[in-house]
Design a protein around this ligand. Sequence first.
Ligand SMILES: [Zn+2]
Ligand SMILES: [Zn+2]
Length: 256
Amino acid sequence: MKILGDYHTHTIFSSGFRKKGTHATGTIEDNANVALKKGLTTLAISEHGPGHYLYGVRKENIPLMKEEIKRLNEYYVPRGLTILLGVEANLVGLDGELDVDDEFIKYLDVLLMGYHYGAMPKSAKDGLGLYLYNPISKAFKINQEKVVEMNTKAYLKAMDNYKIDIITHPGSKAKINIAEVAKKAKKVGTALEISAKHSELSVKSLNLLKGIDVDYYINSDAHKPEDVGNIEKGILKAREAKVPFDRIRNMIAEGE
Ligand SMILES: [Zn+2]
Ligand SMILES: [Zn+2]
């Protein structure tokens, strides 16, 4: 199996209101150079959504990034690599609201969605639900079932509200009913990520999804250029869980 594309990488634009490079270290060009060297044909730049104070991309940078990618693609596309503009939007509402609007989404080639502590909830109720119950229930192991149900509903609604291409590290940070999320994802054409960086999807979770036929991406979630395309840990999980390789959208059988 060979990796074709890495659809989840961060650059210096994932720095919230702090100095660029505080959270992830490479420029778009740095990531692209590594991707080209490793023989990838697609690279998505997917910064954290703008609702994350410490890590999020600043909205005003999105048009600038789009321009930069267009300019870089003039060099990279003839050499076999296409750079895409994406975002790893944050789930900020119990009703499935994300921290990106239509104005933002229109710049994107690919929309990823993930749950992260520290994104700004859209209201106090959502904050209590998504951002307080999750860490608390994790720490004290209370209310697990209620929290899982609440999280799962929010994920399902997000897939109704937006055309999400990939759900990143599903089940890491916020516990969800992974089979329910996978069934919905299959129905609406959303893929689930097997992360090389985060524990989820784990082999155990992947085993729960047998027979659902949902698609996957194995991504690096690189926060430094040298990690772009490093998805070996994800491949090992997919192999162990015997995920059919034709369900993995960013990989191809060698020699094809
Ligand atoms: Zn993430
Ligand atoms: Zn990420």
